[in-house]
Design a protein around this ligand. Sequence first.
Ligand SMILES: Nc1ncnc2c1ncn2[C@@H]1O[C@H](COP(=O)(O)OP(=O)(O)OP(=O)(O)O)[C@@H](O)[C@H]1O
Length: 324
Amino acid sequence: MIELRELTKRYEDKTAVDSLSFAIRPGQVTGFLGPNGAGKSTTMRLILGLDRPTGGQVLVDGRSYAQLPAPLTHIGSLLEASAAQGGRTARDHLLWLARSNRIPDRRVDQVLAAVGLQDVARKRSGGFSLGMGQRLGIAAALLGDPPVLMFDEPVNGLDPEGILWIRNLMKGLAAEGRTVFVSSHLMSEMALTADHLVVIGRGRLLADVPMEEFIDRNARSYVRIRTPQPQALLDALDSRGITAVRAPDGSWEVEGSDPAAIAALAGAGGVVLEELSPQRASLEEAFMRMTADAVEYHADATPNGVRPAADRTGSATTTTGATS
Ligand SMILES: Nc1ncnc2c1ncn2[C@@H]1O[C@H](COP(=O)(O)OP(=O)(O)OP(=O)(O)O)[C@@H](O)[C@H]1O
């Protein structure tokens, strides 16, 4: 378990992490989301003792990182910026880490095999591709067989097979009862991987909820219906006080009713249906809605960055004030 208590980090006049309190629990994958500059990497660095908090504290299995006798056996991590020394072979890099954490040498070959790098174990990591480098970083995280794992943007640079591998790895680690904390900007991937979400914006906690609840609370779900008999459909729905709204593409949308209930009403009214499909909001949609006010860096929506003249008056777009 990782526990943050009123954790705060200020850099001069910038508050990167603002009184964050939450717990990352074992047995599930917890996704860590936030717009650019929200404070995710800073939070992860504080968890690993790479930065000193301005206020509050963070504990890994009840102790601060500095109090952990062999840290890699308590928490394994892959940070975006973490890199092996390019002149060393993959195996030597891991051996060096293992020995400084009292981990037996044989574990090095186990983790190299676990991440699929056994064939290049004796090659210098400087020549590795981005994906191979990520795999080496993950091997290092797994080295101490730790109960807590933390990954910052782990799928960066990985091909589809690598992304699937990471997803299954994380789910597997959580299923073993470990604490898995992962940040990513890839919403579709996060939706497939995480059970729980922690969302921050401008250093502050915005949400700490199960994935399903986050989507349900922050985005719209509805049933989409297509019929050649719209009036008959509206009448059938109206008999139960259900309202359908016409979408621009000619379909009808009903919120707050399940497809089975609508099918039963349509069937009873003899209404022909060409489509009846539940439309579940995406994590991306929910995330955009929740963090709209916490986004510091907005880009113009136009392809060349030049807004249409009509849009150039008033206070619209570009960058909002970044103070918190
Ligand atoms: N060493 C530092 N000195 C000054 N400001 C910093 C430092 N590190 C981070 N910041 C600032 O703190 C804020 C949070 O940065 P951080 O890198 O933690 O965000 P993030 O959520 O990881 O962003 P991204 O998604 O873009 O990686 C940013 O405004 C950043 O500019």
